[in-house]
Design a protein around this ligand. Structure first.
Ligand SMILES: Cc1cc2nc3c(=O)[nH]c(=O)nc-3n(C[C@H](O)[C@H](O)[C@H](O)COP(=O)(O)OP(=O)(O)OC[C@H]3O[C@@H](n4cnc5c(N)ncnc54)[C@H](O)[C@@H]3O)c2cc1C
Ligand code: SF4
Length: 487
């Protein structure tokens, strides 16, 4: 513990944001970093708890009190070593994680929790700046070959771990760039894409082979995977949810992922025919999650006339609900930086019709207010409230309704069993499918989730693949600390 009284002396400080009027003019990140002395004070707020709940709150099992302590001591390189021993890509989680660690921080019971995520981001940024993050190619190769399908955070983490164990790893990605949803889902203003490129350069220098524009099962025969000793499927959960609502085919009803992907492609000079623009339009974003929030931020950057958000669930409480006490993940209203940039948020509202003109163009949405009837032992029932029908002028409706699960192509072609939710079936902790040398991790195995879980599953799956191929493994796991791999 750096400073016994740190948590009493210092208040939590978060990084500031640039003013809305400036940041919506471009697609750059807009956070303003704290100074190094301030960050060292923030590190000293950690109480080095006997039972650090932050550890178990983090799906990676990050060694949080240890790196907090090092930051407080000004030992940034040691902090980076500790951080990288459990997390391959803290620059992703340090920017984008909802930080379950902070929600379970013991200090959070009486005060604002330790600013763990921001400390994490600053450790890794300092490490890149100082040149401490260097390629670590394995000293010897095992002669085993592995194909990783999908280059999202799960695939990248699995690839880096397996390469470090000495296997020869090829990552196949159907997009034209590596990164999965980090590349074309999450907008540039949440994470600039140079952050991904910087890390990919390290992975390439370590010896990982990346093959883009390869859609396994479509333009690459699954039979060719048999040339590899093992395969790790990390294809994500990319089947988009839609609505069974009349008028859904109107010109102007657009899937959020199309909208977001197009914008990022255009930003990087890629050719996009007829980009969907929100400029001067009345935009309604349906869905109140992260994807909806990203659509709001992007619509404001396009210069939308108005931005409205619909969510079918009730408005969560402003503070942690008593139904989710510490250290659980709290049911609580989340206001993102994109929400702060301008949106009218509506809860308990259901879209009844997408109204179109005679040319099929969207002109309005008809809605009704709803309530949820809870009967113990029964599924919650959605009840429409009579007399609350409303028509909203709208030229662009963005469907941000999440994903129903992974695509079935690879499961069908490889004969992989799926579970009741259409996820690729592999026991948690084992990651092995019904075909012994084929493993799966990330959203493809667990359904739509978080970056931190994808990295965690990629790492754990890598260890299982290594055990399968070699009979033993030195790769670390959340449960078994192997030889920690220095960055
Ligand atoms: C808009 C949006 C915003 C989000 N924001 C956040 C956030 O702020 N914080 C957070 O923690 N999480 C966020 N998430 C969730 C997070 O991005 C995912 O949980 C995470 O990326 C899952 O990682 P993954 O590696 O399992 O899959 P993905 O990132 O989906 O990567 C899968 C990759 O596999 C490729 N692929 C699929 N099939 C094939 C094939 N047959 N051949 C070759 N390649 C294939 C895909 O093209 C894709 O690149 C967000 C998701 C979305 C959609
Ligand atoms: S729970 Fe909070 S205060 Fe305790 S060790 Fe973890 S970060 Fe520090």
């Amino acid at each position: 513990m750096g400073k016994v009284t740190g948590f009493k002396e210092f208040e939590r400080q978060d990084e500031a944001y640039k003013p809305v009027k400036d940041r919506v003019k471009n697609y750059k990140e807009f956070t303003v970093s704290l100074s190094e002395p301030e960050l060292e004070k923030q590190g000293s707020r950690c109480m080095d708890c006997g039972i650090p709940f932050c550890h178990s709150g983090c799906p990676l099992g990050n060694l949080i009190p240890d790196f907090n302590h090092m930051v407080h001591q000004g030992e940034w390189q040691k902090a980076s070593w500790i951080l990288h021993s459990t997390n391959n890509f803290p620059e992703f989680t340090g920017r984008l994680c909802p930080a379950p660690c902070e929600k379970s921080c013991v200090l959070g019971i009486i005060e604002d929790p330790v600013s763990i995520e921001n400390i994490e981001k600053n450790i890794v940024e300092r490490a890149f700046k100082e040149g401490w993050i260097k390629p670590q190619p394995p000293k010897t190769r095992t002669g085993k070959t592995i194909a990783v399908v999908g280059s999202g955070p799960a695939g990248l983490a699995a690839a880096q771990q397996l390469n470090r164990a000495g296997h020869t790893v090829t990552v196949f990605e159907r997009d034209d760039e590596v990164g999965g949803l980090l590349r074309y889902g999450i907008p540039n203003f949440k994470m600039e894409k140079e952050i991904i490129d910087r890390r990919i350069a390290i992975l390439e220098a370590e010896g990982i082979i990346f093959k883009t524009n390869v859609n396994v099962g479509i333009n690459y025969d699954v039979e060719d995977l048999k040339a590899f000793d093992s395969v790790v499927l990390c294809g994500g959960a990319t089947e988009r949810r839609s609505l069974p609502t009349p008028g859904i085919d109107a010109d102007g009803v657009v899937q959020a992922m199309d909208f977001l992907t197009q914008q990022t492609k255009v930003l990087f000079g890629k050719k996009v025919e007829n980009q969907v623009m929100a400029t001067d339009k009345n935009v309604i974003v349906i869905g109140g999650g992260d994807t909806g929030s990203d659509c709001i931020g992007t619509s404001n950057r396009h210069g939308a006339k108005s931005v409205v958000n619909f969510e079918i669930m009730p408005k969560p409480p402003g503070h942690r609900s008593p139904t989710t006490p510490w250290p659980f993940w709290p049911l609580q209203l989340k206001t993102s930086s994109s929400h702060q940039e301008g949106v009218e948020r509506n809860w308990l509202i259901n879209t009844k019709e997408f109204v179109k003109d005679k040319n099929g163009k969207l002109t309005a949405l008809k809605t009704v207010n709803v309530e949820w009837k809870m009967v113990p032992g029964e599924r919650p029932q959605l009840i429409e409230i009579e007399g609350t029908e409303k028509t909203w002028p709208c030229d662009l409706a963005l469907l941000a309704l999440g994903f129903t699960g992974p695509e079935s192509t690879l499961a069908d072609k490889l004969g992989i069993k799926t579970d009741a939710r259409s996820n690729y079936k592999a026991e948690y902790g084992k990651y092995q499918t019904n075909i012994p040398n084929i493993f799966t991790a990330g959203d493809m195995r667990r359904g739509q989730s978080l970056i931190v879980w994808a990295i965690s599953e990629g790492r754990e799956a890598a260890r299982q693949v290594d055990l399968y191929l070699m009979g033993k493994s030195n790769l670390p796991s959340k449960d078994i600390t192997g030889d920690l791999v220095a960055m």
